[in-house]
Ligand binder design. Sequence first.
Ligand code: ITT
Length: 188
Amino acid sequence: LELVFATNNAHKLEEVQAIIGNKFVIRSLADIDCHDDIPETGVTFEENAQQKTDYLVNKYGLYCFGDDSGLEVDALGGEPGVYSARYSGSRDMETNIDLLLEKLGDNTNRTARFRTVISLYFNEQQHFFEGTIEGDIIRERRGVKGFGYDPIFIPKGYTQTFAEMSAEEKNAISHRAIAVGKLADFLK
Ligand code: ITT
């Protein structure tokens, strides 16, 4: 079974490949020579994830899946949420993290979660798989691994940020691992 993963984010591709192992073959957008900027205009993770798969289904008629994800900070009313990739208006994660830490300030409520929604288009049907992981936002970045908001997020019950963990540790517990696990179970 071959599925195209509708993402331009190399970190997501790497994580999903590591989580799925060799259960089935994942092709990237580059593999199918798609270099389009896939529109992403929804206000929910589901809508955005489905926009990614709809685009590939309409253009290529392929079996495919997409991942829309982000960080929800409770004290910020769930921000940055679906705007995680461009919270400050740019994709620069230094600026995005600075803005988040500045908005959160000295707030003692630091609870947050990462959420992933995977949209799968398979056998003419639309499916969704979700994964979340609860945690806390720390005051200063720690660690250099992973991507995105990993340096400021400590999952509940752990002492290291996602950016301090090895890829194996993150991929054993992450929001993406939970969602991809559901996807793999479904495809089995
Ligand atoms: P594609 O749409 O091409 O898949 P993207 O990076 O634009 O890639 P999203 O629109 O889903 O993806 O934005 C998700 C953002 O949320 C991402 O850019 C990160 O900043 C953040 N994010 C998602 N998963 C994360 C993770 O596991 N660790 C840290 N940050 C994450």
